[in-house]
Design a protein around this ligand. Sequence first.
Ligand code: COA
Length: 383
Amino acid sequence: MPDSTATAASPQVVAGLEGVVVAESSISYVDGQNGRLVYRGYQIEDLAAHSTFEETTKLLLDDALPRKGELEAFTAQLAAERALDERVLDLLHELPADAEPMAVLRTAVSAIGMFDPDATDDSREATRRKGMRLIAQFPTIVAAFDRLRNAEEPIEPREDLSHAANFLFMLKGEEPDPADARILDVCLILHAEHGMNASTFAARVTAATLSDLHSAVTSAVGTLKGSLHGGANQEVMRMLLEIEERGIDPAEYVREKLAAHEKVMGFGHRVYKTMDPRAPILRNFSKELGERTGHPQWYRMSETMLETMLAEKSINPNVDFFSASTYYALGIPVDLYTPIFAIARVSGWCTHVEAQYAHNRLIRPRAQYVGKRDLTYVPLDER
Ligand code: COA
């Protein structure tokens, strides 16, 4: 209960910082009214059609599309940094097999920071080197943990495969179908950056204290893990699996959730007032893969859920909705969906940390105090 002594002149509280602009940024533009997403001036649809995760990462970091030689050098450098330090691998061996993969990722990022040769150097150049290593090693951490929890030895990364293809290779032990690798590559492009989202903001708050990149990225991984943010994609798949298991009509399932005032995961967005522009691209993948793998039911169920959400609440799907059925069709374990989001978003986090350092000011908002005042301290034996 707010205390009546709270001052009337207190500034207005903006719950969830909705609509608050906390920084200027030239990294990406999230146009919520028109459903557009632009990275460094390029439409997400163009990048999805023509770019690769490696090129998009270079674009984000350097604010320009690389020339051919620059991209080749960048790609080779990223590929050369994929292997984990032996001590980090030892740590992964020690973690419980039933640990949440996002908790493993958070722990591994923090541990990598212990052993990084630039650990205590926060210069621009060292931050870039550390960022390259983190971007390169995220897929290795996730795949290695998945192997270990299944009592299999991690598979060493290959330098001759793309970022996306190498991840699937380390996960499954065989070279992926090029079409599957390309779909994952586009998923990584779509998830690489998204303005001042919660995990990016967490990374920037940490960086703004002049803490180091590994601390900032650890904060970001912990923030992405929540089900209102990156954790939603795995919750979407759990809903689809539940619908199938119960043999219930997906429309009925959605209405049940809404009647119980529960959120339907994969729908709604703080910024987009129309369809999230990433959703239609993922919707096509979900459809295509469903047909190709002979399991079109996940896509069909998703479409029925979408129609019901629009009819009942006028709420559109977000990036997480169709990524669930896409990853399922790619044969990826459900609890790795959020780590895949992190594998992509680490590019955005590193870019934002560099931007924060370049024009830094401590991020320190205030709380409006509504608690008690002027109480008299009572000694312990008199309470
Ligand atoms: N299912 C059902 N209702 C939803 C909904 C969803 N997924 N998302 C929003 N709503 C409803 C809320 O119940 C609320 O209705 P009310 O005004 O009648 O109470 C209204 O829409 C506003 O929602 P709110 O949660 O206050 O919006 P927000 O801007 O704070 O939250 C999200 C944005 C993304 C957290 C929210 O839409 C959500 O929880 N979505 C599900 C999780 C998800 O998919 N997250 C990934 C985001 S990329």
